[in-house]
Design a protein around this ligand. Structure first.
Ligand code: ADP
Length: 326
């Protein structure tokens, strides 16, 4: 039988996302409330392997809820993919008596946690921290709301300059495998077209719709492209320039600003709630799951089932985009 959890470690792994600090704070303070000793592990699984671990108290997480990034830093670790690497990490936890882990990260980090808890008897709880919102088993991931609001703010600004010059802007947002940021930011900024990896782009259709708008003298156009879309914004611009040479086009790649900045209220609340429930899970013996929220209820998915969620975009969504941007 797994011994009762008394000392826990908390770490961030993989891509960072705004709101991770709020999650760390909730884990630390809830853990201490229940009488656990809490240790911070620096730079994800790398810090576990390199023994970069320190004890945390209530003050360690003071004044961080409003900050982007993560005070524990994050990293990717090739060594943790091997049994030998995980064994080193385990030995470092063992010598401190750490017998529970909370991992903030994406589906890759959850797969790492699953491998670790299979090898060694250390219960792991995941918190979904990713701006991409692409993990099955939760309607929210920590960081998505902030990232999408950052994109919206930037796109609104681009619209002003697009309007001043009657230009077409092709704006690339993050989302290598998932078009959630593109879809949400595109709808909320009135973009004419939204191109996402989950849906094959019909270039002919896109060109025809731009030509039709040109005829109607609708000159301000925004096309939002998810980075995972074949060739990204630069490829789309190249095609449009060839097919409609008269159109004044510009590309803007929003890039890493979408990962940073103060988390929104939504991300802070979500991370706080999930962090609290991570400790509840450990206390109740609900192990090796990640905490999600589905239809406003807490939902626990086994780490072994942590997979990327493929988005299904209904025709209706695309119809809404077309009608509202006409
Ligand atoms: P994310 O969590 O953002 O999806 P990654 O996919 O890069 O990020 O995963 C983060 C880290 O998790 C990897 O660098 C690796 O250390 C660990 N990891 C991922 N998959 C596995 C696996 N199958 N076995 C062990 N560790 C893994």
């Amino acid at each position: 039988m797994t011994p009762k959890v008394s000392k826990i470690g908390v770490l961030c792994s993989g891509g960072d996302s705004p709101g991770m600090n709020a999650g760390i704070r909730a884990v630390v303070r809830t853990g201490l409330y229940y009488g656990l000793e809490v240790f911070g592990i620096m730079r994800g699984y790398t810090g576990m392997i390199e023994d970069d671990i320190f004890q945390m108290d209530n003050r360690s997480v003071a004044n961080i809820i409003q900050r982007g990034g993560t005070i524990l830093k994050t990293a990717r670790s090739a060594e943790f993919m091997t049994y030998e690497g995980r064994k080193k990490a385990y030995d470092n936890l063992k010598k401190r008596g750490i017998n529970g882990l909370v991992i903030l990260g994406g589906d890759g980090s959850f797969r790492g946690a699953q491998a670790f808890s299979n090898d060694f008897d250390i219960p792991c709880i995941g918190l979904p921290g990713t701006i991409d919102r692409d993990i099955a088993g939760t309607d929210f991931t920590i960081g998505f709301d902030t990232a999408v609001n950052t994109a919206v703010e930037a796109i609104d600004k681009i619209r002003d300059t697009a309007d001043a010059h009657d230009r077409l802007f092709i704006i690339e947002v993050m989302g290598r495998d998932a078009g959630y940021i593109a879809l949400h930011s595109g709808i909320s900024t009135g973009a004419e077209n939204i191109l996402i990896p989950e849906r094959k782009t019909d270039i002919e259709n896109l060109v025809a719709s731009l030509q039709e708008k040109e005829r109607r003298k609708k000159l301000v156009n925004l096309i939002i492209v998810a980075e995972g879309e074949k060739g990204g914004a630069e490829y789309i611009e190249q095609v449009i320039k060839e097919r409609i040479p008269g159109l004044d086009t510009r590309v803007c790649i929003l890039g890493h600003i979408q990962r940073g900045g103060a988390p929104t209220c939504m991300d802070r609340v979500m991370a706080s709630r999930m962090g609290y429930h991570a400790i509840e899970c450990l206390m109740e013996g609900r192990h090796n799951v990640f905490v999600g929220v589905l239809q406003n209820r807490m939902n626990y998915t086994p780490l072994s089932e942590a997979v990327k969620k493929k988005q299904r975009i209904s025709e209706e969504w695309m119809k809404i985009v077309r009608i509202l941007s006409s």
